[in-house]
Design a protein around this ligand. Structure first.
Ligand code: NAI
Ligand code: MG
Length: 324
């Protein structure tokens, strides 16, 4: 039995998490769910976007399933990643409809604890300053993870993405550390690009990428771009992994433009749950759910409007569950 902390959050977060639980409930695995609150609505009710009780439940769980926060995202999800010490954010960009989007399949390995996302900002007489933190230790750890991931999954190349021509000291450290770590992995090919050029290459040459390792902000931006390559934000899951904790969440946010309408695509969250199953050692179940989800998406009937169907979020999940 696994203890899962469930934090649906705001907007479509609740809809896609509820849908994912319908799918998980069909598996021959016992989950003990503890529901916890966080986000904009939680802040309005309790005064805190991320109550201590929620952090405690997350820390004590075997894994966390998270939906999305709204405007309080920095205080909720960025903080939770810190509290749980999840130093890596894995964001697979994989086309589940290769006929439509080409056979795109690469992994973004995003550093998850520093960069501008430490949120160290201040007002100055002229305006504002934000500090960007890059450490040798975190850069080593994330590069090491990327090379290990490449080896474990049979990938041959790791690409470092940075902006070391302008940010010579901070991104320079990230890039140089990447090449130092690369020396321990001579069987893996390496290259590096500036983040702006990468933004273009992802569109012109997406098949050239296998594993991208990058800093926190660039990883965030490039993963939304990756979503755009393979059918939208409803398709991309993510895993936040540390030495002791795992938190699994779709890449998308609370999507206020479609919240409450039951039209959000639950695939990203269901795939995040598959990454959670892998993390828990339940890979057989993970592959099974993935297989059924891919079949349902390719069939194209019992799916949400963004995938060309007319199903609601719940109906799509129920259909997937019925096939398990
Ligand atoms: P968003 O990811 O919520 O939405 C961007 C666009 O993608 C919208 O047009 C939305 O309708 C669409 N979309 C997102 N998920 C979808 C799904 N499952 N199915 C179909 N379409 C989907 O990003 P946005 O609009 O920039 O931010 C909205 C709120 O979410 C903000 O308050 C932001 O702070 C928060 N946010 C939270 C995140 C988190 O909790 N991890 C991540 C990103 C944003
Ligand atoms: Mg994002």
């Amino acid at each position: 039995m696994y203890n899962i902390a469930v934090i649906p959050g705001d907007g479509i977060g609740k809809e896609v998490v509820d849908a994912t639980l319908i799918v998980l409930d069909k598996l021959p695995i016992e989950f003990n769910y503890t529901h916890a609150i966080a986000g904009d609505a939680c802040k309005e009710e309790t005064g805190k976007a991320l109550p201590d009780e929620t952090i405690k439940i997350a820390k004590e769980s075997d894994a966390v399933l998270f939906g999305a926060a709204g405007e309080t995202a920095a205080d909720v999800i960025v903080r939770l990643r810190h509290e749980l010490n999840t130093f890596v954010n894995l964001r697979p960009v994989k086309s589940l409809q290769p006929d439509k989007y080409g056979d795109i399949d690469f992994m973004i390995v995003r550093e998850n604890t520093e960069d501008l996302y430490i949120g160290d900002e201040e007002e100055t007489p002229e305006g504002a300053i934000a500090r960007k933190k890059i450490t040798k230790k975190a850069s080593e750890k994330i590069s090491e993870y990327a090379f290990k991931y490449a080896k474990d999954t049979g990938r041959k190349q790791v690409t470092c993405v940075h902006k070391a021509n302008v940010l010579k000291i901070s991104d320079g450290l990230f890039k140089n550390t990447f090449y130092e770590v690369a020396q321990n992995h001579p069987e893996i090919e390496t290259n590096d690009f500036y983040v702006d050029a990468t933004a273009m290459y992802l569109i012109t040459n997406p098949l050239d990428f296998e594993v991208i390792v990058t800093t926190n902000l660039y990883g965030d931006i490039l993963s939304d771009e990756g979503a755009g390559l393979v059918g939208g934000l409803g398709m991309i899951p993510s895993a936040n992994i540390g030495d002791e904790n795992g938190l699994f969440e779709p890449v998308h946010g609370s999507a206020p433009d479609i919240a409450g309408q039951q039209i959000a695509n639950p695939a990203a969250t269901i795939l995040s749950a598959c990454m959670m199953l892998d993390y828990l050692g339940e890979s057989e179940a993970a592959r099974k759910v993935e297989e059924v989800l891919i079949d349902v998406i390719r069939e194209g009937k019992n799916v949400t409007p963004d995938l060309g169907g007319t199903s609601t979020t719940t109906q799509m999940a129920e259909y997937i569950a019925s096939k398990l």
